[in-house]
Every structure is written in C-alpha cells, then in structure tokens.
Design a protein around this ligand. Structure first.
Ligand code: PEP
Ligand code: MN
Length: 360
C-alpha cells in the first residue's frame, strides 16, 4: 500500500499509478478525507518499492502481508479521516454503522401478490432492506429454479415487483445473481447484488459484480475457511468497489449421525473476520440453522457477538412457501426477533464499552 502525503497533488498520484501500470499491474486509488492511499492489485514482486517510495508526494510504502489487502483493516485504517471506512450507505440505510441492519423477505419470489404482502409486513416488523430470490441456485436441476428461470421477461417482471415495493416502502432491495446473464438483469433493478455461497469461488462473476459499482452482499461458501472467504472478497474490491457486505451463513456440519441443523452457524467467524477487515459482517440464521424454531436464539447470539445485521427469510405463510419451508419465519416472529436483537445490541454494546473502559 502506498500512502500519499496529505497535500499530494493529482499529478503525483497519477505518477505513482503510472509506475504501477508500467509493471502490468493495477492500482486501486482510495481518496480519503485527508489523504490518498494506493493499493497494488496483482503480483507485487514485480514492483520496485524503493523507487515508489522516492517518488514525489509519497509519504510511506507499506507491505500488507495478508492475501487480501484492499479490504484489510490496516488499509481501512490508513484512510485517515474515514473513521468508519466500512460504513455502506444505501439510500436511507447505513450498513456497518451504529445500529444493526435487518434484511428480510421470502426465500423466493413466487408472485407479485405474495411479495407485496410480505414486503409490507416485514417493513412493519422493523426490517430495513427487502430480500427475495428471483434466480435460485438449487442443488437439483429437477427442483424449481426460481421465477427468474421462467424466461427473461418473467425475471424482469419479478424484479420490477421488487423495485416497486422497495420504492413504495422506501426500502433498498437485494437479490441474487447466479451468473453473468442474471447479473446484467439484476444490476438494472437491485440496490444490492447478492452473490450466493455457491458462487463464492466464481472469481469472474465476483469481478463482474464489483464492476457494476453496486454494493455486493457476499455470502461465505459452506466449506470455505475465513482466509479464503476474505481472499475472494478481494476480487470484488479489486474492481474499485469496496462496498462489500460479508455474510456468514453456516458451514457444512461435520460428524456422523443427525446434526439437527441444516448447516453449522460459525459465529466465531464474526469477530474473527472483523479483526481482519473493515467490511461489515452480517449473519444469516435462516440458512445457518434451517430451522424456524432456532432463528430467535441464533439471531440474539449473532447480534451479541457483534454482527452488524441479520439476513432472515420471512414468509406470510411459511408452510406454503415453495422453497425453504422449514426455515422461514412469519412477520410476527420477525418483529419479535428485531425487537429482541435491538435490545441485545444496546445492552451488549454498553456492557462491552464499560468492560473496555475498566480494562484501561
Ligand atoms: C439465499 O440467501 O437466498 C441463499 C440461497 O443463500 P446461500 O447462498 O447462503 O445458500
Ligand atoms: Mn433460502
């Protein structure tokens, strides 16, 4: 990472960028309130750091050891003046700010009527952002693949229902892109692009999502280590887009015999990830447990361990949902989850602050 002097001129920044480009690498330029930081994207061994350090306007040249640099805490902190580089503002909602953010909606969009009803109910329950699957990544090709699989026209229609509901209720909307084709369509309507766990390793899709410039909600693969998860997030950031919302959604359970949960929610990943990156971390207790009766408990636990929000599947009539019947909660249950989590956030926040002060 190259840290420029606070008063560095544009020509000086450009000169550094040129030097990096000459080596066939890319430069990520972040302009903070007080200074500019330049990150190198690509094989750093090709760069002569001493030469860069000697260029006019350069304050410091610092190597970042981790395989992810642009999203590292170190990089975020170097952007002096940006106290919360991880705050992502989407319309009227701030993710990674002072309050937890709740994303809710059905697993899959089934009809305009179904979505409108749920959207209104989740808004009333206190959710901030609307979710809904149009393109569904399914394990079996014989299962319904979401309304988006019923042709491009149908996909656009479903996305326009989301857009309309989002505008009417003043809620940003998030929906998944499962490939390049769906990404193009999703980017026309959504405020946030979701990249699902199954695509965590699809670097080409991650870069394309990054290039849209829209915030990307990025879910951890159920078999990926934390370093891998962060390294792949860097593919999005390498396109000059650090509006990345990380989501822990549970790992493949291990051990013989019945596990009683669909996935194992890795809550220790939340504070562990936060120590590494400035990006906000959310938890999805719906896929993380696969069980409606565990959502309240795991939501509380997620907020208590510092998650900056939750993504919860919610349906007016979960028994009738086409996909993920067992894990969707009702809007009334969602209201209870949000109210309880807000209380926990306040209590835990105050207690942790007092504990820190006492330790000084
Ligand atoms: C989803 O949130 O709709 C989803 C399919 O989740 P995941 O990618 O985590 O399985
Ligand atoms: Mn689902």
């Amino acid at each position: 990472m190259i840290i420029m002097n606070s008063g560095a001129k544009t020509e000086e920044v450009n000169r550094v960028v040129e030097e990096i480009k000459k080596k066939g690498l890319r430069a990520d330029v972040s302009r903070g309130e007080f200074r500019t930081i330049i990150g190198i994207v690509g094989d750093e061994t090709k760069v002569d750091f001493d030469r860069l350090a000697a260029l006019p306007g350069v304050k410091d040249v610092r190597p970042v050891e981790a395989p992810y640099k642009l999203i590292s805490r170190e990089y975020g902190e170097a952007l002096a003046g940006r106290e919360h580089p991880g705050e992502i503002k989407i319309k009227n909602v701030v993710i990674g700010g002072q309050e937890p953010v709740f994303i809710a909606g059905p697993c899959s969009i089934e009809s305009k009527q179904q979505f409108d009803k749920i959207a209104e109910a989740v808004k009333k329950a206190g959710a901030h952002i609307l979710r809904g699957g149009v393109f569904k990544p399914r394990s079996s090709v014989h299962s319904w693949q979401g309304i988006g699989s019923e042709g491009e026209e149908m996909a656009e229609e479903a996305l326009s229902w989301m857009r309309e509901a989002g505008d009417r209720l003043e809620m940003p909307i998030v929906t998944e892109a499962i490939g390049h084709e769906s990404l193009k369509i999703v980017a026309k309507y959504a405020d946030i692009i979701q990249i699902g766990s199954r695509n965590m390793y699809n670097q080409d899709l991650l870069q394309a999502a990054g290039r849209t410039g829209l915030p990307v909600l990025f879910k951890r693969h159920f078999g990926a280590g934390i370093e891998e998860f962060l390294s792949f997030s860097e593919y999005i950031a390498s396109e000059g887009n650090s509006k990345i919302i990380l989501v822990e959604r549970g790992m493949l359970p291990v051990g013989k015999g019945k596990n009683y949960t669909r996935y194992s929610l890795d809550l220790a990943a939340v504070p562990a990830i936060q120590k590494e990156t400035f990006l906000p971390v959310l938890v999805d207790p719906s896929h993380g447990t696969g069980r409606r009766d565990l959502i309240l408990d795991m939501s509380c636990a997620a907020i208590a361990c510092g998650a900056e929000g939750l993504m919860i599947e919610c349906h007016s009539n979960p028994e009738e949902a086409i996909v993920d019947t067992a894990q969707q909660i009702t809007p009334d249950e969602l209201k209870q989850v949000i109210e309880t989590c807000n209380k926990i956030h306040k209590l835990v926040g105050e207690s942790k602050k007092r504990a820190k002060e006492a330790a000084i």
